[in-house]
Ligand binder design. Sequence first.
Ligand SMILES: [Mg+2]
Length: 193
Amino acid sequence: MKIILRALYLPNFIERNVWECEIPKQSHSLAAINFDRLTDSGIQGIIIDLDNTIISEDDRYMSPDAIAWIAQAKKLGLKLFILSNGKRHYRVRYWSDYLDIPAISPAKKPFPAAFCKAMAAMELAPERVVVIGDSLHTDILGAWIVGCSHIQVASLPHPPRWWEKLIGKYVQTAYPVDRELWEFQSSNYFKNN
Ligand SMILES: [Mg+2]
């Protein structure tokens, strides 16, 4: 009887675990996220965090190959939208213009309003959208509330805020010390691009 049950279960098991490409829940960086895994899962849009996901909040470090990864996402037809809790409007607008991705700030994540606005702007349902960010209590919790898939990336190094000194290790993943990190020097960078 057990053998029959296993035989009946096997095709489902294979289908769910081998053929179906599930979206990973974590990645050490943006550029390490595989587009095939996203598109095979039906993802058509990406809501992305800015601070410590693409660029450190003090503008010192950039996630390696983030610009190329974003360009590739656009090339594949994926829609992008930045949700930032950053209160410095001018800075978020600067990055929004530079990356040519619409943005809302402050997005007040994890509250759902900005997530819903972003999905409405992209004209996509939650199951077609993945949220990528570095913080559990804002990006990932917000994604979970509105029903989107989510990927938590490691936080780019940045000066810790007071609350991060207390609970940072519980809600963020430290950037791996053995991984490449790009120093962002705006004057040089923009001269060459
Ligand atoms: Mg962040």
